[in-house]
Design a protein around this ligand. Structure first.
Ligand code: DGL
Length: 291
């Protein structure tokens, strides 16, 4: 496996959610070239079986490995819960970074010791999540209230970040967490940071109705932590770029429509076409979907 300082970092999600992690990587590691992979034809992963998710993750990892990436960021909690062990076993020499819901930071932040966790059905039912939750519940005495947000990923994939339908869904998911007394909410899916505005709106409305408008609810997202972990591991491996050696590139691939991904970069990250190597996306669909 060829690995070089100048090689790109691969960032992967079932769809556009991983862009919430990519934005932190671009901030923290501005000199690195990046390849983003959206497996949008197969999104959402959250209602798929473990075997199906593992198969997709291996196909994507193989594709990106052929692009000679120096690190692989699984910017998807669901894919991490299902496939991180298998990926590490298949690519023992590659830096692989996964995501997990930020229960630990949330437990530290929560004064009421009640934390709401928003994630996909798959993530919440996974052994990895249950182990983390049980361990932290015992260690910190914090109660974790879970909420599977079925359908929210689809709304975000459609670009409906502020629609009435999305607001209704967010209200349906967030209200029970607030009713349980949660003062801290974990965004356990990389798509959800893109509806933080709606989540905050529901929190404000709820506490205004309860006559407790002064109550503060903290929202925890682990995107920055993952970008910092990538920075650490690249440095440890002697693979980080400290300064511009050549202009960093940004390429993206999707198993679905190029124009949707182009719109997502522009709508979610304000990255224009001119800064994105979208020509390469066209090579993608058959190469991976046939794996
Ligand atoms: N962004 C993925 C995650 O973090 C979404 C999962 C899905 O596709 O359902 O879990």
């Amino acid at each position: 496996m060829k690995m070089h300082r100048l090689s790109p970092v691969g960032v992967f999600d079932s769809g556009v959610g991983g862009l919430s992690v990519l934005q932190h990587i671009r901030h923290i590691l501005p000199h690195e070239s990046l390849i983003y992979f959206a497996d949008s034809a197969y999104a959402p992963y959250g209602d798929k079986s473990e075997a199906d998710i593992i198969e997709r993750c291996l196909a994507v990892a193989e594709f990106l490995q052929q692009k000679e990436i120096k690190a692989f960021v699984v910017a998807c909690n669901t894919a991490t819960a299902a496939a991180i062990k298998t990926l590490r076993a298949h690519y023992p020499d590659l830096i692989i970074i996964g995501m997990e819901p930020g229960l630990k930071p949330a437990a530290l932040l929560s004064k009421e010791k009640i934390v709401g966790v928003m994630a996909t059905q798959f993530t919440l039912q996974s052994d990895k999540f249950k182990q983390l939750k049980n361990h932290l519940a015992t260690e910190t005495n914090v109660h974790f209230e879970e909420q599977a947000c079925v359908g929210l990923v689809n709304q975000i994939e459609k670009g409906e970040l502020r629609s009435i339908a999305t607001l209704r869904l967010v209200r349906q998911f967030v209200t029970p967490l607030l009713q349980s007394g949660a003062d801290t909410l974990v965004l356990g899916c990389t798509h959800y940071p893109f509806v933080t505005g709606l989540i905050e709106q529901v929190i404000r409305e709820y506490h205004a109705e309860q006559g407790t408008p002064e109550k503060i609810v903290q929202i925890v997202d682990t995107g920055v932590a993952v970008a910092l972990q990538l920075q650490r591991l690249l440095e440890q491996g002697g693979l980080s770029l400290q300064a511009i050696q050549r202009p960093p590139t940004l390429r993206a691939y999707t198993t679905s429509s190029k124009s949707s991904l182009r719109n997502a970069f522009s709508q979610l990250l304000k990255i224009p076409d001119s800064a994105l190597d979208i020509a390469a996306i066209a090579e993608m669909p058959s190469a991976v979907s046939t794996c």
